[in-house]
Ligand binder design. Structure first.
Ligand code: FA5
Length: 344
């Protein structure tokens, strides 16, 4: 009987050493430890043995069974570890996966850059609501209901006809100029602000016109501000923005909230002023409107008439970004096309 137990043990050791996977372990567990295993038969048959034999065979069968059990468990752990190592194996020679980083929209890039330049010149950044009252968008900046200047901007009205007639209407703001009086009601000169923001106009779109676009307002007010201050600030700003010496020129124009009013042009970013197809050979590009703040606007803000002078300007952010990045269609900005945005 002892020989038989030793033979089973040897056979088990051999078989366990040759095991390759979990299925074989399970089979061996059944074979050596299961109910129908030879060990069980031996243990069951102990009752038929003499007392002397029982004393030897019983402990031997039990200890051998335990040894086999331990060997099987060791093998099982060994296999599990081997599988994990396979899973965790890293091929350090494999080419890396390309991660596409997020990008800032070109308008955000341009706005950030403009804000940086102006804040270093001591300007504050102000904001107002996109749905504004008729009062701030028009009346307060010298465009009362019957003012022909209102026809210059096609407006998305939010309120009903009756409210509009009473002058209490609300609009999607047509210009950032509406923030001028909002801000000046709360602050006294000297003041220097910029107002970047989204504006809306009820007009047909084409390569240079959008119904939803961004403007950039600047307002400076104090006791002795002049057009010369505007020219200096504008030239400093555009020179920094385009990274080359820029000139600014003014042409007489009309905006109800400034007197005198101007259109302002910058030297062509393509040819530097020599004349090319981008500037229709004139050497200048039209950028926006500006002028000396109308005293009616100061009065609407509660300032004493004639006490302060100021200048204001407004230009389109998309149009400026188009000049900087040589983009030929304004509609690309809101197209949501990543092939466009990922170029910046
Ligand atoms: C104004 O909106 C005035 N508030 C600007 C101003 C401010 C003048 C302060 C004087 C003092 P205008 O309607 O011209 O002006 O628009 C200003 C700029 O916005 C234009 O020069 C242009 O760059 C841009 N813009 C106007 N309409 C559109 C449009 N539909 N799509 C894209 N950009 C536009």
């Amino acid at each position: 009987m002892q020989d038989k137990i030793n033979k089973i043990k040897q056979e088990a050791e051999r078989e366990i050493s040759e095991v390759k996977d979990g299925k074989q372990i399970q089979d061996l567990k059944v074979k050596y430890l299961g109910k129908k295993s030879e060990f069980n038969q031996i243990l069951k048959g102990l009752k038929d043995l003499s007392v002397e034999e029982k004393k030897v065979i019983g402990p031997l069968a039990n200890s051998t069974k335990n040894e086999i059990k331990e060997l099987l468990e060791e093998k099982e752990t060994e296999l599990e570890n081997a599988v994990d190592a396979e899973k965790e194996w890293i091929d350090v020679t494999a080419p890396g996966k390309r991660i596409k980083p997020g990008k800032l929209h070109p308008l955000t890039l341009v706005q950030n850059q403009i804000e940086d330049i102006f804040t270093t010149m001591g300007f504050e950044i102000a904001d107002g609501p996109e749905v504004d009252t008729e009062f701030y968008n028009f009346d307060a900046i010298n465009m009362p209901d019957d003012h022909p200047g209102r026809d210059m901007q096609d407006t998305f009205w939010i309120s009903r006809e009756e409210e509009r007639k009473k002058g209490t209407g609300t609009v999607l703001r047509t210009q950032t100029s509406g923030v001028q009086v909002r801000y000046m009601k709360e602050h006294k000169p000297p003041l220097r602000i910029i107002v970047p923001g989204r504006v809306f106009r009820n007009e047909a779109t084409d390569a240079s016109h959008e119904h939803t676009f961004h403007q950039f307002e600047a307002l400076v007010a104090g006791p002795d501000i002049s057009v010369a201050n505007f020219l200096y600030i504008a030239e400093t700003f555009f020179t920094q923005f385009f990274g080359e010496k820029m000139k600014v020129r003014l042409r007489p124009s009309y905006f109800p909230f400034v007197e005198p009013g101007f259109e302002f042009d910058i030297s062509c970013t393509n040819c530097g002023g020599k004349g090319c197809s981008a500037c229709q050979q004139v050497g200048w590009l039209e950028v926006g409107g500006c002028g000396m703040v109308h005293q009616n606007v100061f009065e609407a803000a509660g300032y004493e008439r004639g006490k302060y002078q100021g200048f204001a300007w407004g230009f389109g952010l998309e149009r400026l970004a188009m000049m900087k990045y040589k983009i030929n269609d304004i509609r690309l900005f809101h197209s949501g096309d990543v092939r466009f945005t990922e170029q910046f």
